[in-house]
Design a protein around this ligand. Sequence first.
Ligand SMILES: Cc1ncc(C[n+]2csc(CCOP(=O)(O)OP(=O)(O)O)c2C)c(N)n1
Ligand SMILES: [Mg+2]
Length: 276
Amino acid sequence: MSLTKEAKARIESAAHQTRVDVIRMVNAAACGHPGGPLGMADFMSTLFMQHLRLDTDNLLDPKRDRFILSNGHTCAGLYSLLSQKGVIPRDMLMSFRKLGSPLQGHPHRNPELGIDMSTGSLGNGLSVGAGMALAARMNGWDTRVYVASSDGESQEGQVWEAATSAAHYSLANLTVMVDFNNVQIDGEMRKVMNVRDLREKYESFGWHAVDVDGHDVEAVDRALCEAKEVEDRPSALICHTLIGKGVSFMEGQPGWHGVAPNDEQAAQALAELGAA
Ligand SMILES: Cc1ncc(C[n+]2csc(CCOP(=O)(O)OP(=O)(O)O)c2C)c(N)n1
Ligand SMILES: [Mg+2]
């Protein structure tokens, strides 16, 4: 079934709010990673607003869906979406990266805030996600486990150990969404260490895998629906995105991987987003 007009509008509004929050949070903290979460905002909003069963009503239910942000440095976007779901108090957002705040610069596990795993050290999330998916199946739960990953993270060998075991155990309740933006901390991914065609790779590991435009929320929704229909293998969505999407001077620029906009740049970014 395709997205209703209302559902599409809800997702687009969440993506917009995510981008605005990310700029404000990273600017206020004067450090952090704006580029990744701006690029991921559309596919993450599709997941959070349309598919992921994680909200204030089921937060402490062990059977609820799980989400792991394995590319943990992009967490400003996750915190924004959790606040939009009512799980993280909105007024906590501005404590991002401050001493003592639960909203650290890389996620610190805190199920009461919807943060299901501590991440930041790249490479681990898919392994833990596979374990959660296997445990859920053994318990007879209909829990789905979603893991966000990235092209840079796909250089980690452990990702492929996890991909092997998830296929071996036919973990149909596991879905990875890879932010494929051809950027990593040191520049262009294809120049630093080319991970090549991740759809082909996941497929060859025994996964259901598709390429999707990570900014086309209808296409992302269709791919997430399709993943739920696959009964015998895990699913990988290779989400092709533009780092910094929505802010002209950040788009496509590896330099915005992990640099905070100053006050002037933040004002320009917010003006471009229509939120000045
Ligand atoms: C194990 C490990 N090695 C190195 C790093 C340092 N690091 C932080 S982000 C990053 C780049 C990851 O690439 P990607 O997620 O594609 O970056 P983005 O697209 O968000 O710019 C690296 C190497 C890390 N966090 N963990
Ligand atoms: Mg990247």
